[in-house]
Design a protein around this ligand. Sequence first.
Ligand code: G6Q
Length: 552
Amino acid sequence: MTNNTAPHPMQASLTARPAWKALDAHSQAMRQVHLRQLFAEDPRRGERLAVEAAGFYLDYSKNRITDETIRLLLQLAQECGLRERIDAMFSGQKINVTEQRAVLHTALRAAKDERVMVDGVDVVPEVHAVLDRMAAFCRQVRSGHWTGHTGKRIRHVVNIGIGGSDLGPAMACQALRHYSQRNLDFRFVSNVDGTDFAEAVHDLAPEETLFIICSKTFTTLETLTNARTARAWCLAKLGDEKAVRRHFVAVSTNAAEVSKFGIDTANMFGFWDWVGGRYSMESAIGLSTMLAIGPEQFREMLSGFHAMDRHFRSTPFERNLPVLMGLLTVWYTNFFDANTVAVLPYEQYLARFPAYLQQLAMESNGKHVTLDGAPVDYQTSPIYWGEPGTNGQHSFYQLIHQGTRLVPCDFIGFVQPLNPLEHHHDQLIANLLAQTEALAFGKTEQEVRADGTPDRLAPHRVFEGNRPTNTLLGERLTPQSLGSLVALYEHSVFTQGVIWNIDSFDQWGVELGKALAQRTIPELESAQEPQLAHDSSTNTLIRRYRLLRRRD
Ligand code: G6Q
């Protein structure tokens, strides 16, 4: 361990902490309490249980909590050392203990005059140097000065990457499409399934296409396979190896591999091992985003991240949006046995936001051992999922309203529409509000009967209510507010991970499948019948695949 390694308390088990025990007892009582009652007892509850920061208003009053719940959750945060852990992250301590790395995505959005030290070096100047290089490149492409091999201007940008090198930029490009330069079009190829590449380039001309190969390690199977296919596709038309220089750029920490692939390292944009893949959309991994919206608006996005960072770092926990949201997730996960969180953006541009959050939350906190390697005896990350409203209302909301499971929901909406077609926006937001109201208060049997519902239908028409929701309201979806929104969830996920005492920044769970696939590829490809030494299920499936594949 280096001196810079963050100390992590040799904790008593989380479940032995006084605040945990108190929450456990308190939750027994709270299970009997209905939101109808809580609102009736406190007419100002809806104004009181709300906080505002970095352009977002969070109404958390429609949660199954009292002031005592919040007091105990805050006490739990304190007992778990949340304040110290926040400071450790922001100050560059190696809080990713299993990989011995600092976790400094917050340095990616630090202002030029800030200092963030990693191993004795201030990293902020490097961050801004890369941003400046990205900006210069983006200006050239956007203005048409950067041309393809045949002198034609670039019209299509294809980002090749996977996981953290795909989900963030893909989400952001879609989220900020309103602000993007429309004569450039953006596509994302991630899957090793050939269909992904084939469909992405189906109608493209290589001479007008720029590929961004995004890979922190530049060794990822899917990305390199797609990148090689892209190069072959490009050269099949352009003929000349020199074309690679004009049609391929790389985003990576691995200059040696980039150069081996044939990309000039002058066309490589770097980042650092202290940026985790799923926390990298505002690093050079966001090159496609910057190409879409331009350097100035990209900087606005960074300022939105930064505003939420500052809020998280300095605001007392009782008014701290990410802390409150993180603690509420702990509350339902560990004390109400909730298995999932539904994230429901009432903003079409945020259609990919739930998918992005799935990686952020579940790869970060889907862990079964503590920082010290001891098995946890409590649940960790819930399953995040969701779809934009109002579409979800006509499909899975039924289960949230009347099913047997508790599904806490985050509703996200913006006051100002980006496409103000008459009536649409007020209808959209009316639906958001109506859903949170219906989920909280439901409809009693008495109310159902008062409507004249016949006896036999009455039970079907009852809504129990007491379904918890957060409502996040922003003024308008902009590069800045998107940055704040992402940072809000990043820090909420961090808060959860601190309470659960896990390493939110590693992802060992993806390794086993990768290794087994490497072993299986030659078994599928070899001309000779391979000696198979898997279990009988896997062996039989491989034999069947080989047999049927050869018939084709
Ligand atoms: C994210 C993960 C993972 C990673 C991909 C791609 O936190 O580390 O999703 O981003 O496996 O890795 P490369 O960028 O190295 O290709």
